[in-house]
Design a protein. Structure first.
Length: 134
């Protein structure tokens, strides 16, 4: 029961977050973004912390397979990818704010992250409905 609830909840949140990100990627204005340094610092720290947790939960799950550990590993893998894309986009905006590269990296990074989150969310939702997992 806990495993099913965990997969349903995390999967639904990943799908929701990815859908909102995809929507915002296409409807947000490409105006001046302001100071991105605080966000860049937070995203970089997120890459470091989430990658550590991803590796930790992956290792623990390999040592002693557990559905909750597996879900945690997938969640932190997704968070690491998200923070990595955000870091690259914000670094580009910080170094060359009005460049075409900043615009395209922001848009393409948002799309990649959104699609990845939705894909991972769908996989978790499907996992929640595997027969015999009640």
């Amino acid at each position: 029961k806990l495993e099913k609830f965990s997969n349903l909840f995390v999967g639904a949140m990943m799908c929701l977050g990815g859908s909102l990100m995809l929507l915002l990627a296409f409807v947000s204005e490409s105006e001046d973004k302001g100071n991105v340094i605080p966000g860049l610092a937070i995203a970089l720290l997120g890459v470091i912390a989430n990658t550590i947790f991803w590796r930790k939960y992956t290792k623990l799950n390999k040592q002693e397979p557990n559905a909750i550990l597996a879900v945690q590993a997938r969640l932190y893998r997704a968070k690491s990818l998200v923070d990595g894309c955000v870091t690259i986009a914000l670094l580009t905006v910080a170094l060359a704010p009005q460049s075409p590269a900043a615009f395209w990296l922001d848009l393409i990074g948002s799309i990649i992250v959104a699609v990845y989150l939705i894909f991972c969310g769908i996989m978790l939702l499907l996992l929640a409905f595997v027969p015999g997992k009640d």
